[in-house]
Design a protein around this ligand. Structure first.
Ligand code: IMP
Ligand code: MG
Length: 174
């Protein structure tokens, strides 16, 4: 892939909207009287989080956490670290983690482990996309938007080298 790479659409904005609506209905059913704490993983989840919570018409709180994996380019190194942490208490909360993509699974597996130690009342994962062909560690996704092929995705928050996050569709680059 070179810097001239032209992203091609995998899921259009209309398909994303329909998927987010479906996920919001599932989340609403499970959390409407629980004042959940939604924790988005930066940066990739920001757009998904913004669209999802606009469809949730009940009390909830939003947090963000930033992880680094010391990877270069498209490969994650597998050594994950929290580089920007949480301000909210997790203990006793109904926690829902919001992620853009589960690829090797190493980042989210690390984060779920990290949060579990803080003793939430419950802990679940909502992922916009899942790339199961790349998995290195098992991850249970409770709410899933799309299963995706082994292609590098950009757009709707996802980046390649910090570029293309602003594309309104989920695209792939080759
Ligand atoms: P994992 O730890 O390999 O599951 O992936 C962690 C992070 O890598 C995700 O949260 C994304 O930010 C990034 N990532 C993985 N696959 C892609 C992709 O296809 N496009 C853009 N970012 C990706
Ligand atoms: Mg990323």
């Amino acid at each position: 892939m070179n810097s001239q790479a032209k992203p091609r659409i995998l899921f259009s904005r209309q398909e994303i909207e329909a998927a987010v609506k479906r996920l919001a209905a599932e989340v609403r059913k499970d959390y409407q009287d629980k004042n959940p704490l939604l924790i988005g993983i930066l940066k990739g989840s920001f757009m998904f989080m913004a669209d999802l919570i606009r469809l949730l018409d009940f009390p909830l709180e939003v947090e963000f956490i930033r992880l680094s994996s010391y990877g270069r380019g498209k490969e994650s190194s597998g050594k994950v670290k929290v580089v920007q942490g949480l301000r909210s208490q997790v203990r006793g909360r109904e926690v829902l983690v919001i992620e853009d993509i589960v690829d090797t699974g190493l980042s989210v597996a690390f984060l779920l482990d990290y949060l579990r130690k803080k003793k939430p009342a419950s802990l679940r994962l909502c992922a916009l996309t899942d790339k199961p062909s790349r998995r290195q560690t098992p991850v249970a996704i409770d709410y899933l938007g799309f299963t995706v092929p082994d292609k590098f995705l950009v757009g709707y928050g996802l980046d390649w080298d910090e570029k293309f996050r602003n594309l309104p569709d989920i695209c792939f680059v080759e």
